[in-house]
Design a protein. Structure first.
Length: 585
């Protein structure tokens, strides 16, 4: 028997490079809360179980969900990295429940180009761009009050009643209707996560950043001052409930992109003083820019017990193409050199600071598709320098992470790079785009960097990742690989595993394949190798399995996303739309 709900809400946000799963999203959780507040009582949410969230089974699970559930309105929230899944789900809804209205929103639709594309492709009926207040008003008018009348027949929509607000777009006689973007000033619902060591309460106060880097897609939003008491009360109630029910320590995670930038700092400090007056947290996670790390920030770290820092280093030399900026101005190489010194000094401070919590720093870097050998070498030297510096410190762990530049829709980078990449709407993470220009890196180099070297490089396993990073450099710039780096790995099983991993990749003869099919098969093999590395780094006991690669090949259902991507790459290459791969034709 099929259950007809008032509304169905689908949340599609990826969280993992390997064996993908869909994570809860603070924005979606907040919208669901306010939807219920508006008077809707019967709302179904997908994914609802852990099995629903696994990419290898999510399509099967959703098909079964559609057999049991329907609603007059289906809402889909997606990121760019899950747009392909959202599009597929919309098609499944149309087939199963053709009379239902399909609305979509999320950060992917920050770009008007993507709004236009999706509507003209007839994937969604209404798209909400920007903050969700317009969406909430629409739900109230259309589903609760029913003052907005919607009639849908043969995918043609007719609406009557009050006009939709800013940021709502739909097709009317093949013409796109709507303008602007919506806002959201209401408090974001805290999201509680749990580990074996502590509970994490994630909030968002003011997600904005004044730097305006060319690759950034932050859409400013935040809780306005009048709603602070509500947010403070929610966080206090959440912390009290966790401590009462589990006795766990409580960590506050502030998801703002630049909470302690000079422009945002005073507001964030004011809020935190109000919040910590009500709750005694056991630690705090934040994002920070290297330029934030001044003397005043040191005092803030001590005052609020901040112990986890995600620092966006991003580039280490001036780069006009990528456009790494500080308050709107391009960062020079000299400034970037000083920022590294600030990070190293900050490590020293944390190690000797008043806060006795174990501290962690995660440093993020962005790799350009037009990287030069000198830059790549300098980057590897910086990794070694930060590891060497932190290894002498006993109360801090430093990890680094590498991301290949993604031209997110609507960013300056995407405008600069038209024709140089395949738009991300077609590819699932970690392959949301393929740089296709003749002078760009090859896709398997993306995979070597993002799959083998993407796992956090920290003090305990850096000697494993150092040869992996060197391997990526050697493949990209056609240099001889230094096998002696593997000998520096003290742990014998891990050293043997590193030898096997490197040899497996070198035997593929990447870059010198004789056919397109061989090239694509090598990508698949590197992907499986990366999955194997990921498991071993998290579960060292798996090192004893000599056939771990074969087990992964047999059991990894999430590879279906990559297989779809490879099929598309082949079709586009044969059509002459991927210059970097034309040598295989």
């Amino acid at each position: 028997m099929i259950h007809t709900h008032e509304l169905i809400f689908i949340v599609l946000r990826e969280t993992s490079t390997f064996f993908h799963s869909v994570e809860e999203d603070t924005a979606a959780t907040t919208l669901i809360y306010y939807i219920q507040e508006s008077g809707i009582k019967d709302i179904a949410v997908f994914p609802a179980s852990e099995e629903d969230k696994y990419a290898g089974t999510i399509y099967t699970q959703f098909a079964e969900f559609l057999e049991r559930n329907t609603a007059p309105v289906f809402c889909i929230s997606c990121w760019t990295s899950t747009y392909a899944v959202a599009s597929d789900f919309a098609a499944m809804i149309r087939e199963s429940h053709p009379a239902s209205l399909i609305v979509a929103g999320g950060v992917h639709f920050n770009s008007m180009e993507e709004v236009n594309y999706s509507l003209k492709e007839d994937e969604f009926d209404i798209i909400f761009r920007g903050g969700g207040e317009t969406f909430l008003e629409f739900i109230k008018l259309a589903v609760v009050d029913k003052s907005v009348k919607i009639h849908k027949k043969d995918d043609v929509i007719n609406m009557s009643g009050p006009a939709l607000g800013k940021g709502a777009f739909y097709l009317n006689n093949s013409e796109i209707q709507g303008q602007g973007r919506g806002s959201f000033t209401l408090p974001i619902v805290p999201l509680i996560g749990s580990t074996k060591d502590y509970a994490d309460i994630r909030i968002l106060l003011n997600d904005s950043c004044p730097n305006a880097c060319d690759y950034c897609f932050i859409q400013p939003s935040g809780t306005i001052f009048q709603y602070w008491p509500k947010l403070i009360s929610w966080v206090e109630d959440s912390a009290d409930a966790v401590k009462k029910e589990t006795g766990q320590k409580v960590i506050l995670s502030l998801s703002d992109s630049a909470p302690f930038n000079k422009i945002n700092r005073k507001q964030t400090v004011d809020y935190m003083r109000r919040q910590t007056g009500r709750v005694q947290f056991d630690g705090m996670n934040i994002f920070a820019d290297p330029t934030d790390l001044d003397e005043e920030f040191y005092d803030i770290v001590d005052e609020f017990g901040i112990h986890n820092f995600f620092i966006g280093r991003d580039r280490i030399e001036q780069d006009d193409f990528i456009g790494r900026k500080c308050n709107g101005k391009l960062r020079s190489s000299e400034e970037l050199d000083r920022e590294l010194d600030m990070i190293l000094d900050f490590m020293e401070y944390l190690n000797s600071g008043k806060n006795q919590l174990s501290k962690e720093i995660y440093i993020g870097y962005i790799i350009s598709p037009y990287e030069k050998a000198d830059y790549s070498r300098k980057l590897l030297q910086e990794f070694s320098k930060t590891v060497q510096h932190s290894s002498a410190l006993d109360n801090i762990r430093v990890q680094s992470n590498i991301f290949l530049l993604n031209p997110y829709p609507g960013t300056n980078i995407s405008k600069k790079s038209i024709g140089e990449f395949i738009p991300m709407r077609n590819f699932y993470y970690p392959y949301p785009n393929v740089w296709v220009g003749r002078n760009t890196v090859h896709i398997y180099l993306e995979i070597v960097r993002l799959v083998i070297a993407k796992m956090f490089c920290n003090n305990s396993n850096f000697f494993f990742y150092k040869p992996m990073l060197e391997l990526a450099h050697s493949l990209q710039f056609r240099t001889d690989f230094n096998h002696a780096l593997i000998d520096d790995i003290a742990d014998r099983p891990l050293r043997d595993f590193a030898y096997r991993t490197v040899e497996k990749i070198l035997k593929m003869n990447l870059g010198a394949e004789q056919s397109l099919d061989t090239y694509l098969q090598n990508i698949l093999s590197v992907y499986y190798t990366g999955c194997m590395v990921s498991l071993v780094m998290g579960r060292p006991e798996f090192l004893k399995y000599k056939n771990l690669y074969d087990i992964i090949v047999k059991k990894d259902k999430a590879v279906s996303f990559l297989m779809r991507d490879l099929k598309m790459i082949k079709e586009l290459t044969l059509a002459g739309k991927v210059p970097v791969l034309e040598k295989y034709l």
